[in-house]
Design a protein around this ligand. Structure first.
Ligand SMILES: [Zn+2]
Length: 424
């Protein structure tokens, strides 16, 4: 039976939790509200302790795993305590000088959903778990999605604990803040997973919709390219005698831009390719560049277009070697496939928007999230809430409080559905 009752989500309680969380690691800024909460820091400890207090106050049984992931389980009398739980959450860490919604919204929306379902007349069959993952942002210890990759079985506990920021290991940092627990949360033991996250771009705002249901998270491939030419005097080396590494690199940048534009216009509109960093040596006005290093970031929901762009990269490098006489090297250290969201979780979110009469387009996520790791282990779904001006990872990040409440109502309804809620 479908959930038909409107679950009494308390927008004020949600806002109060988010505003309180915003105080941990708060920074001074002229515009907006910002915070710096790197994993394993005192600010992170305060944010974690507050969450634990709020979970306990809501009647959840709290556990912390070996990599500092936090879970609060709600096991009401109506449910089978041994049934696989439905889990929802996000992360509490931030980028340096980040915003207050990215992460905490998903954690506290999940907690408010549980409080609201508990306050309703609904009876659920399955336990519900509220989760906060360690180190999603990748600004300390790892590239990102640290805790969720362990829960998904994509990284071992030992490997994670040994990660270092150059001074201390994750293990030591978690010990320091008193959040190194035991065991490993296993996402494959969850019946389903849901995350609410701010959109971090302007699609929903342009569509004038408060929420969107994500159908796929893009795959990401990153390459490191080195181009070796010959450094020479800029005044005395004739054009015909040069092997200019930067001029060669420029051809590569433009070839990738052109190929991605072409694919986006014809086959897959979510395809993107970016050269986001380029360094040149010796880097002097009067010297022909002898050495260039570039980073390439390729993303799409369609693995075929990622491969086409990677092929363009390879083919362009071959041409540059032959035509310009440069030496080239290309490494591909990072390859994350696209993750489509599970039909039944996507469907539960979609149904919830219909029942609440909320206009919600389907869209893809161009950014990685904990959900992309969890999707490897269980059925996963991702819901976006509109970001003002598309700002994110900045104190300007803002989601209207009414949108936060509405998105949480969608989350609570889908969560209740997946937990087998009946009644009312
Ligand atoms: Zn996030």
């Amino acid at each position: 039976m479908r959930v038909t009752a409107d679950i009494p989500v308390d927008g004020d309680a949600l806002r109060s939790d988010l505003e309180r969380t915003a105080q941990f690691g708060a920074i001074d800024c002229e515009d907006g509200i910002g915070r710096t909460v790197l994993p394993g820091t005192p600010a992170n400890a305060r944010a974690r302790s507050y969450l634990v207090d709020r979970m306990v106050a809501a009647g959840l049984e709290v556990r912390v795993d070996a990599v500092g992931n936090i879970a609060g389980r709600w096991t009401p009398p109506s449910c089978d305590p041994d049934a696989a739980p439905v889990a929802a959450g996000s992360h509490l860490d931030s980028v340096p000088e980040g915003g207050i919604f990215d992460g905490p919204l998903g954690v506290y929306a999940a907690l408010e959903s549980v409080r609201a379902i508990a306050a309703s007349d609904l009876a659920v069959d399955r336990p519900v778990e509220v989760v906060s993952f360690t180190g999603e942002e990748g600004t300390r210890f790892a590239d990102g999605v640290l805790g969720s990759s362990v829960a998904a079985g994509n990284r071992s506990v030992d490997d994670a604990l040994a990660l270092s920021d150059g001074e201390v290991t994750l293990e030591a940092a978690l010990d320091d803040i008193g959040f190194r627990g035991d065991g490993r949360f296993d996402a494959s033991e969850w019946d389903a997973w849901l995350e609410l996250h701010v959109e971090q771009s302007g699609t929903l705002e342009r569509a004038d919709c408060p929420v969107g249901v994500v159908d796929s998270i893009t795959g990401t491939t990153r390459c490191r390219v080195t181009i070796e030419g010959e450094a020479d005097h800029a005044g005395t080396t004739a054009m015909a005698d040069r092997t200019d590494a930067l001029a060669a690199a420029s051809e590569l940048v433009l070839a990738l831009e052109s190929a991605a534009t072409e694919i986006a216009a014809t086959d897959s509109e979510s395809a993107v390719a970016t050269v986001g960093s380029l360094s040149v040596e010796p880097g002097a006005t009067n010297v022909v560049p002898g050495h260039a290093e570039l980073s390439v970031d390729i993303r799409d929901v369609d693995p075929a277009s990622i491969e086409r762009l990677a092929d363009t990269l390879e083919a362009t490098l071959t041409d540059l070697r032959e035509d310009r006489g440069v030496a080239v090297e290309c490494e591909r250290p990072y390859d994350i496939p696209p993750r489509p969201m599970a039909d039944r979780v996507h469907g539960a979110l979609r149904d919830a928007t219909h029942r609440l009469d909320v206009a919600a387009p389907s869209l893809h996520s161009g950014a990685g999230h904990d959900t992309m790791e969890v999707a490897d282990a269980t059925d996963a779904g991702l819901l976006f809430a509109r970001s003002r001006g598309g700002h994110s990872h900045s104190p300007l990040e803002h989601t209207d409080w009414r949108d936060c409440t509405l998105a949480t109502r969608v989350l609570a309804t889908a969560l209740a559905d997946l937990a087998g809620a009946t009644g009312a």
